[in-house]
Design a protein around this ligand. Structure first.
Ligand SMILES: CC(C)(COP(=O)(O)OP(=O)(O)OC[C@H]1O[C@@H](n2cnc3c(N)ncnc32)[C@H](O)[C@@H]1OP(=O)(O)O)[C@@H](O)C(=O)NCCC(=O)NCCS
Length: 399
């Protein structure tokens, strides 16, 4: 006989909130700026190429750990929500470049905040991690598993960059952002999302020598990137447009209902293509890619913070947040903003002062990568010479 199921009345009902409102927001950008001109000092590139192909002018390089930036962003978001760390019951740390895998990065932010005993977790869907974290937070609030959640999108791609590879070195930057999400009975917050992944194209963006598959093979300072920019470009546009249509259909809304489009900032040409294919006028599209490059999971969340700061999010605004990342993951989130667009308070928390330039921060890693490339080249030349010598020998000597 199958075991008897508990009747519906066996357990008390745990009620979640109807909506999950975003009540606080905060960002943290490390101060060291790496300009296009800086990049041109050590790789074969120039400002013209980078600006015309990507829209990027500069990006930031962190002198601290990824979780340090997340901590400052979190304090600013808490202040904006008028809350303290003691009001939280969950932290979700969205990132693919956290300082450690074991222990979790969320636990370091939790420890720095002094939020003792609450739940915390790391979530990695690459560039979409911050928004996937928002989905998890909102769902858990609606099921009653959590009441008030700190959602983080934080990245330090500079730490696993191959600085000798111009295809990728110009594209990424460091930064962090945080949102406070809490239960509400008012119709606001994440109203719906569309999530997906083109897993068949996962090799289009891969970082080698990063992860347990590579353990004992190579020092992790020597990463190499597989990066098919054009494939990612096409799939990014397709995925973000599809997800945006899906989420609008779910909500029975049209493109005309979008007040502000805050897309992933990986390339101004991708942003233009998504805006045009969706039919969203350019003046409704928020762009800050020129200032920071692609900060992966932090990108859309920082863009959202800046859209609010710049008065581009009005009370009750409908905001669409499409993004994509390695995997290749994609999403589009539809947010109904609340009535408040001003922070309730400000935090004076700051990162420790940075005494180095961006070029000085990346110099040791660049040097190690150059040396590695030279030794690889030397051993490949040696193999070629040996082969050449063999080929020059009479056949009878090789037999
Ligand atoms: C990477 C990207 C900017 C390249 O732009 P593109 O127009 O596709 O350029 P191409 O790949 O056709 O490269 C054109 C040429 O520029 C060269 N090039 C690449 N990077 C360069 C750089 N930093 N400086 C100068 N030249 C560069 C290439 O080597 C290529 O030269 P070749 O024609 O002699 O082979 C673009 O494809 C892109 O943004 N893709 C999406 C990537 C992304 O966002 N990934 C993150 C996922 S979250």
């Amino acid at each position: 006989m199958p075991p008897s199921q508990p009747s519906n009345s066996s357990f008390p009902a745990i009620n979640g909130a109807r909506y999950a409102a975003i009540t606080g927001w905060g960002k943290c950008l490390p101060p060291a700026v790496l300009s296009n001109a800086d990049l041109a000092t050590f790789i074969d590139t120039d400002d013209d190429w980078i600006t015309s192909r990507t829209g990027m002018k500069e990006r930031r390089v962190a002198h601290v750990q990824c979780t340090d930036m997340a901590h400052i962003a979190a304090l600013r978001a808490l202040a904006a929500a008028g809350r303290t760390a003691q009001d939280l019951d969950l932290i979700i740390f969205g990132s693919c470049t956290g300082d450690t895998v074991v222990p979790t990065c969320a636990s370091r932010v939790q420890d720095l905040l002094g939020a003792k005993g609450i739940a915390s977790l790391d979530l990695n869907t690459a560039c979409t991690s911050g928004l996937y974290a928002l989905s998890v937070a909102s769902s858990m609030i609606k099921t009653g598993s959590a009441k008030r959640v700190l959602v983080i999108g934080a990245e330090k791609p500079s730490a696993l960059m191959d600085w000798t590879n111009r295809n990728v070195a110009v594209l990424f930057g460091d930064g962090a952002a945080a949102l406070i999400v809490e239960g509400s009975e008012q119709e606001q917050g994440l109203m719906a999302e569309s999530l997906g992944c083109y897993a068949e194209a996962r090799d289009s963006l891969a970082v080698h020598n990063y992860g347990t598959a590579y353990t004992n093979m190579c020092p992790t300072s020597i990463t190499s990137w597989d990066f098919d920019g054009q494939d990612i470009f096409k799939r990014a546009v397709k995925g973000m447009v599809k997800a945006s249509h899906d989420v609008l259909n779910k909500l029975n809304l049209g493109v005309e209902d979008i007040d502000t489009l805050v897309p992933h900032q990986a390339n101004s040409r991708i942003i233009d293509a998504v805006g045009k294919k969706l039919g969203v006028p350019a003046d409704k599209v928020f762009v800050n890619v020129e200032r920071y490059g692609n900060m992966s999971a932090a990108t859309v969340m920082i863009a959202l913070c800046e859209a609010i700061e710049e008065g581009k999010v009005k009370p009750g605004a409908n905001i669409l947040l499409p993004a994509f990342g390695a995997g290749l993951t994609w999403n589009s989130h539809f947010i109904r903003w609340g009535e408040r667009v001003e922070p309730l308070g400000y935090s004076d928390a700051e990162l420790p002062a940075c005494k180095k330039t961006a070029l000085e921060i990346i110099a040791p890693r660049l040097e190690a990568q150059r040396k590695h490339a030279q030794s690889e080249q030397a051993s490949s030349d040696k193999t070629d010479n040996q082969q050449q010598n063999k080929n020059n020998k009479p056949v009878e000597e090789l037999a």
